[in-house]
Design a protein around this ligand. Structure first.
Ligand SMILES: [Zn+2]
Length: 481
């Protein structure tokens, strides 16, 4: 071998190694979606100045360096968003109506986007579900509201009515969310706890010590019957902060070698916004900001984690300055502005409802491939599909696992027994075999003569009472053929 050819081989090896490293560098393995629910854009300034008022050394928020643009967020038929359709849109790409959780809307006269009337009430697979089903990623939801509330439900459940929280809770249990931390003990019925325990979940209820000790990659830790207290009202000896839950969830989820998708919601920024309670409002956003630090610290160390920070819509229209500062706004010191903050002397609110302004967008990407400018909610979903290598994945999986029972079993006799609580049982009989499917579970039973077999699915079976339709996997009919 000549020296030149040896050199060539060395170069080839070096180049191959270099291109391998580049691929590995670009690959996003973990995704953290951080939603401060109902946070108007001016909250960034209101909270930053408040933090500085409380401690003069704290002049910036953790989120500040990552703000890269604005997102237009709306309902399919209204410019001002509701929590259910807004986060749904980030994770399914489909704008929808008030109350709709990852579900296609019916057509109206006010639609802002084209709506296909034939798809009304169709459950839509989310990026979180697809990551779990197709790539065996772990899924975590960390919130301060009750766990079947709109934003967490948007990632792992489907309904046209967000108020059906019992049925949403059932979906989230059977959808096998690996890690849930937040409020809502009262939604975890003994039956649901048994389902989790059968799957070797660590179920922790109102137990901070057990939460701290937990090492299980499948952990549900809930505190409080419904939502958790506002951060400022929280007893730290009884309940963890959003930042502590985020830290813990990351510790548990990273045990999955395939990676994870995690939602972190500052749920109660929205609650305080509705009440125009300035101190709770601002401090709950600051608690969210501390969770941002946990997520970004993890992502920087990990190198394969994308973090997106984005509210679902504005709320309250909070701002610094109100009618009391009409004449002296530029003369008010920081001390004067925040001196009666609880009485809202100079904190402005425009409404006790949601607001329709563009929301801020924050992004931590290991290679700084962040979106910029003003983008829509659908464009944010498209960006995520590109970055997470999931282009076209949620629509094709939707077709596969959420087919209408009338189509799947079109030539097989079936009955539906709807119940008052909006649950239902589907029974299909064909050639001596009987298939039964219970709404919001992840299994079907097949019985033939005296034999009965339970078949577990990788997805949940959704029932919509409004059109008396079950949505389930297309290939279930093969079990009867
Ligand atoms: Zn919301």
């Amino acid at each position: 071998m000549t020296l030149t050819s040896l050199k060539r081989i060395c170069w080839a090896i070096l180049l191959a190694f270099w291109s391998l490293t580049i691929t590995a560098q670009n690959e996003i393995k973990n995704f953290i979606l951080m939603v401060p629910d109902g946070t108007s854009t001016a909250m960034l300034s209101v909270a930053r100045w408040y933090q500085q008022y409380m401690d003069s050394t704290q002049s910036s928020l953790y989120i500040d360096p990552y703000i890269c643009g604005l997102v237009t967020t709306f309902c399919s038929d209204a410019p001002i968003g509701d929590s259910a359709p807004t986060t749904s849109c980030y994770v399914t790409g489909q704008p929808s109506q008030k109350g709709y959780i990852a579900t296609y809307p019916p057509k109206t006269d006010n639609d802002l986007v084209p709506i296909d009337a034939t798809r009304a009430y169709q459950p839509l697979v989310t990026l979180f579900e697809a990551a779990k089903i197709l790539n065996n990623k772990a899924v975590g939801l960390v919130v301060t509201c009750e766990f079947p509330h709109a934003t967490p439900a948007d990632c792992m459940a489907h309904t046209y009515n967000r108020a059906q929280m019992k049925n949403i809770a059932k979906q989230m249990v059977h959808n096998q969310v690996d890690v849930i931390m937040g409020g809502g003990v009262s939604y975890l019925t003994p039956e649901l706890i048994n389902v989790l325990k059968d799957k070797q979940y660590d179920v922790i209820l109102n137990d901070l010590d057990a939460f701290k000790r937990s090492r299980s990659p499948r952990t549900w830790a809930l505190f409080g019957d419904k939502d958790m207290p506002y951060d400022i009202d929280r007893d730290p000896s009884l309940m963890p902060s959003l930042a502590e839950m985020t830290h813990k969830a990351l510790e548990l989820l990273q045990q999955n070698e395939n990676g994870f998708f995690l939602l972190v919601e500052g749920s109660k920024v929205d609650f305080a916004g509705h009440k125009n309670e300035a101190v709770r409002h601002i401090t709950d956003f600051i608690a969210f900001d501390q969770a941002v630090k946990e997520a970004v610290d993890f992502a920087k160390k990990d190198g394969h984690t994308l973090v997106i920070m984005v509210p679902d819509h504005g709320n309250g229209g909070i701002n610094l300055g109100n009618n009391n500062s009409d004449k002296n706004y530029a003369k008010l010191s920081l001390k004067q502005l925040y001196n009666n903050v609880g009485d809202k002397e100079y904190i402005g609110y425009t409404t006790k409802g949601h607001t329709g302004e563009d929301v801020f967008l924050g992004c931590y990407h290991p290679n700084k491939e962040q979106p910029s400018g003003v983008i829509t909610n659908v464009e944010l979903y498209n960006y995520l599909c590109n970055q997470l290598n999931m282009k076209g994945v949620t629509p094709s999986l939707t077709e596969k696992i959420f087919a209408k029972h009338q189509e799947v079993f079109h030539d097989m006799p079936y009955t539906i027994e709807p119940r008052e609580d909006k649950t239902a049982l589907l029974t299909v009989k064909y050639k001596g075999k009987t298939l039964t499917a219970e709404s919001y579970t992840n299994y079907v039973t097949i019985s033939q003569k005296k034999k009965k077999e339970v078949i577990e699915l990788s997805s949940i079976i959704v029932y919509m009472d409004v059109n008396n339709t079950f949505y389930l996997p297309k290939d279930l009919r093969k079990l009867l053929e």
